[in-house]
Design a protein around this ligand. Structure first.
Ligand code: PLP
Length: 433
């Protein structure tokens, strides 16, 4: 495969955009080489500007559960565009999308739309703090909740890839209210509650972590978090920006009996357009302006084009009840294939699957938290990633990301990916012999 045009485009971008990209992980720093510049998508495939064809297991980092250029979403967007791009006034499509979400998530009576996952989580935190009148929050190392100030502490993938877990420009005065605990380790959470002087407003967690690689929370751990929150009058926030509509139709909440107080959503609910949302029971949401005193706003919030895309995607999801079984079957087939290929090449690998999400680590032991994730062989990942890319398999360019199956991912595409993995891992192991 040639990447000449992408190399040129990257150099040109570099001159006018920091690092040549608008979101750091896209720069391929974790794996080396040049990111292919994308010309177009088509179902389960991507084409780059050098006319290379890839099977896409990134799907825009999650949103595209129906693959690229889904005709129903496309039609809904074009219809909306023809009526106007934005009004800054209420539209019925916002209510329609809100009704879909409320009908799916037990924990949500009311929902507010924003334009990104970052914004959703940032607003959810403010709401939790406003509702409880407390400042401290508990977050887990390796969980990513967007790039807002108080959450940019030990934040998984992008940060881990670049080795600067926190960021300059974030005042210590702000992050001092962010208490860090270890994923799947309840003692570390109890310690935060014991140490907090100001009282804890909320625990925020990815119930299925997807930003330190794929690392699901244990059911007993989630139950213990629920009890701790109840005992202390703190709120439990499930950040389902990634796992919502990905792990199941009702996200991680469809796979656990634990009910959160606030839920954040993003990615799939925009159908590929920029949408985020946060919701809770009515009594909590009543604290949000204009009903209550907690301020939150957005010029483009509930944008009619973005809402139309999201509504088309959710309606389609609801009308295909067997979809998640099919996505899960493909994800498992892919991971079993990778694992078999790794075994044959004598390379240690662990894998996991939740709905349409899949993850693998080059590691010889199970991964339950970020600290264990960091013990993976990230150099091996970089070599694997490059080998796969050269064979037309587009995987997330960091060892700490989750992969995604779309409805356009076929059995045949999975077979092609497994064969490629087998070739690449064999080549790596032979070069080391
Ligand atoms: C992607 C993600 C976010 C941030 O969403 P953006 O739309 O990128 O701002 C927040 N939380 C989780 C769990 C995510 O995966």
């Amino acid at each position: 495969m040639g990447y000449e045009k992408s190399i040129e485009a990257f150099e040109e971008a570099y001159r006018v955009i920091p690092g040549g990209v608008d979101s750091p992980v896209r720069a391929f720093a974790g794996v080396g080489g040049t990111p292919p510049f994308i010309e177009k998508g088509e179902g389960g495939y991507l084409y780059d500007i050098d006319n290379n064809l890839y099977i896409d297991f990134v799907q825009s980092w999650g949103p595209l559960i129906f693959g690229h250029c889904d005709s129903d979403i496309e039609t809904a967007v074009i219809d909306a565009v023809r009526r106007g791009l934005s009004f800054g006034a209420p539209t019925t499509v916002e209510t329609a999308l809100a009704e879909e979400i409320v009908s799916l998530f037990d924990a949500i009576d009311k929902v507010r739309f924003v334009s990104s996952g970052t914004e959703a989580v940032m607003s959810a935190l403010r709401l939790a703090r406003g509702y409880t009148g407390r400042d401290d929050i508990v977050k887990f190392t390796g969980c990513y909740h967007g790039h807002s100030d108080s959450l940019l502490v030990q934040a998984g993938s992008g940060a881990a890839t670049f080795g600067n877990p926190s960021s300059p420009g974030v005042p210590a005065d702000l992050t001092k209210h962010t208490l860090l605990a270890q994923y799947n380790n309840i003692e570390s959470v109890k310690k935060c509650f014991a140490e907090s002087k100001e009282g804890i407003a909320c625990i925020i967690i990815e119930p299925i972590a997807g930003n330190m690689g794929l690392v699901p929370a244990e059911e007993t751990f989630l139950e213990a978090l629920r009890s701790l929150c109840d005992a202390h009058g703190a709120l439990l926030i499930f950040d389902e920006v990634m796992s919502g509509f990905r792990a199941s139709l009702t996200g991680a909440q469809g796979l656990t009996s634990v009910k959160p107080d606030i839920v954040t959503l993003g990615k799939v609910i925009g159908g590929g357009m920029p949408v985020g949302a946060f919701g809770a029971r009515a009594g909590i949401m009543a604290h949000l302006s204009p009903e209550g005193p907690v301020y939150q706003a957005g010029t483009l919030s509930g944008n009619p084009v973005a809402m139309a895309a999201g509504l088309a995607a959710l309606k389609k999801l609801k009308h295909r009840p067997g979809l998640y079984v099919e996505l899960g079957r493909h994800a498992k087939k892919l991971m079993n294939g990778f694992k078999r290929a790794a075994d044959q090449a004598n390379i240690p690998m662990v894998t996991d699957v939740r709905g349409s999400m899949f993850g693998f680590f080059f590691s010889d032991k199970p991964v339950n938290n970020f600290e264990e994730a960091l013990e993976n062989d990230s150099e091996m990942f970089a070599r694997f990633h490059k080998g796969m890319l050269d064979r037309g398999i587009y995987l997330a360019c960091s060892a700490y990301e989750t992969g995604f199956i779309s409805s356009q991912t076929s059995d045949e595409m999975i077979d092609v990916a497994i064969r490629a993995a087998s070739d690449v891992l064999k080549e790596i192991s032979e070069s080391e012999a």
